[in-house]
Design a protein around this ligand. Sequence first.
Ligand SMILES: Nc1ncnc2c1ncn2[C@@H]1O[C@H](COP(=O)(O)OP(=O)(O)OP(=O)(O)O)[C@@H](O)[C@H]1O
Length: 317
Amino acid sequence: MNANAIETRELTRRYRGETALDGVSVSIKENVITGLLGRNGAGKTTLMSLITAQDLPSSGTVRVDGHAPFERAETIERMCFIRDNQRYPDDYRLHHALRAAAFSYPNWSQELADHLVEVFRIPRRTIVKKYSRGQLSALGIVLGLASRAPITFFDEPYLGLDATARGIFYDELLRDYAEHPRTIILSTHLIDEMDRLLERVIVLDRGRVVREADVDELRGEAFQIAGKLSDLDAFLAGREVLSRRTIGGLGTAIIGERPSDSVQAEARELGLELSGVSLQDLVAAYGLADEPGTASHPESDPTRAANAARTPERSAS
Ligand SMILES: Nc1ncnc2c1ncn2[C@@H]1O[C@H](COP(=O)(O)OP(=O)(O)OP(=O)(O)O)[C@@H](O)[C@H]1O
């Protein structure tokens, strides 16, 4: 079991009339990739800002490697926080940003930075202020990965990145993490895409922690069932139905229950298809993420619900 790199206790941040974080107590494990999930305004950025001492709590405590990070340089230099709206000085070009990062992060890898600049095709001569949204995100990723900071935060690092670049990010992150294990915290709405990266998730809703669990544990707690409505209704009676969709005479539902042998046998008898649930669907079923097909889940296919009702993608194992 990994030790905790970060612990917060009853962390609260109030702005005028708005409680952005409300008594958040979480433990983030060392050398694990943790996903920070939740709908817009859930408090993800606020939590990362407080942990990295870029903001002060209204009450509650933060401990990073056992220390309060605020004004503690040794702790702060162990952390790298890549914001989704990272700002750079007006005259900055790529080499300025890289040089500043090399100066700030003791574990900085220039070799990795040069490699990532090439694979993301980041322009060297253009002023950073003129970068496209995707190029800015790519630069953030270069700085975040090449920092090799023992604790690295990425706040929605994929904004504006095309699918190819996002794939490169996930592969490069996994490769470098395997060679240089470290604590990585990613806030994301693209749960489906990132679920291969995430080992643990913290789900926030309206400033509170609603779930903190290993991804495998979460996945084992629910299943999807699909088939004819009449058979489905018989199966669903008395069960904890987290979400349900109907298309014509077919339906799918996500059930909050372990898919035990007897459950699987019952589904078979009724001619229903039982399958695993993706992390995105599970978090959405709890009402804590954007539904697939909505604007902040751009990669999802709006026809997926219909397809799921017809042909479940995976079998439960
Ligand atoms: N400086 C501020 N002044 C007032 N309210 C703020 C401030 N910063 C954040 N908030 C509020 O705190 C809440 C949490 O914001 P936060 O940015 O942490 O959410 P988030 O989960 O990162 O959202 P998103 O997914 O949209 O980026 C929101 O309601 C937001 O409006």
